[in-house]
Design a protein around this ligand. Structure first.
Ligand SMILES: [Zn+2]
Length: 257
């Protein structure tokens, strides 16, 4: 009986690997990022301080526009479910993809693009850009951009550093490529496996003009709450008067090179 159980666990684990799910840590919350020496070495890198044309935590507080973003995909489990809902609701979102995942699931990347969503760069393998050193950070960003370009014909300009970790060296590297760093205003921490009610509670009462919402569509077996909550989040935000837009529309920037 015990060995049967073990085999079942192994099968489930293998299924997750087959679903192109790399082992990695999801983004940390804003609170812990702000306290991190790697990302807060300079006051201007703290949350809320946009650097126009270069780095953004949020869009304009004047407009009732907000953006949904999904990180760590594409995968073949959550990404199609999220795309189905976005399609049904007529919402365009922004997907910060991993090069490694795009390589494993190129058709899903094509689908994201074909359905009018925006693709951003989340590195090849979800590394902490602030600690790997410039050559590796450079390679991680270029590899992801190359893969997305090869599959879709579009080279992303929007970069979201994994975990939100960046520093002046990383920033310089990104800016030199003519690319833009996009962080977030509201972290759902959906990777923790919250149920749909909790995911909703972490978004709807906290939303403000210009906010960028961080959620995930890959690299995690516990995103059922994210998917289940999404239709009600979209409806709830619209009831509050928000228009849901992509990051380029929210920030008035070009998405591709
Ligand atoms: Zn991530």
């Amino acid at each position: 009986m015990r060995s049967t159980w073990k085999i079942a666990v192994l099968v489930v684990a293998a299924l997750w690997l087959a679903a192109c799910t790399p082992a990695q840590k999801p983004e940390t919350s804003i609170q812990s990022d702000v306290g991190n020496a790697a990302s807060a070495a300079d006051a201007q890198f703290k949350r809320g301080q946009n650097i126009p044309g270069r780095l953004y935590w949020a869009g304009s507080a004047q407009d009732k526009k907000v953006a949904l973003t999904f990180d760590d995909g594409p995968d073949n489990i959550w990404t199609p479910k999220i795309l189905d809902i976005l399609n049904r609701k007529g919402v365009k979102a922004t997907f910060f993809v991993l090069g490694s995942q795009a390589q494993r699931c190129p058709d899903m990347l094509r689908r994201i693009d074909a359905e009018g969503h925006v693709i951003g760069n989340h590195t090849f393998d979800h590394v902490n850009l602030a600690t790997v050193g410039s050559p590796k950070a450079d390679k991680e960003l270029d590899e992801c951009a190359n893969i997305v370009q090869n599959i879709t014909g579009k080279r992303p300009r929007l970069v979201r550093p994994p975990f939100g970790f960046h520093n002046p060296t990383v920033d310089k590297l990104v800016y030199a490529k003519g690319e833009i760093i996009v962080l977030w205003s509201l972290d759902t921490e959906d990777w923790k496996g919250y149920d749909s009610r909790t995911v909703k509670q972490r978004i709807l009462p906290k939303m403000k003009n210009g906010f960028i919402v961080l959620q995930h569509d890959g690299a995690n077996p516990h995103l059922g709450g994210t998917v289940q909550a999404l239709p009600e989040i979209i409806d709830g935000l619209r009831e509050q008067g928000y228009t849901l837009v992509t990051i380029p529309e929210l920030l008035n920037v070009e998405p591709y090179q």
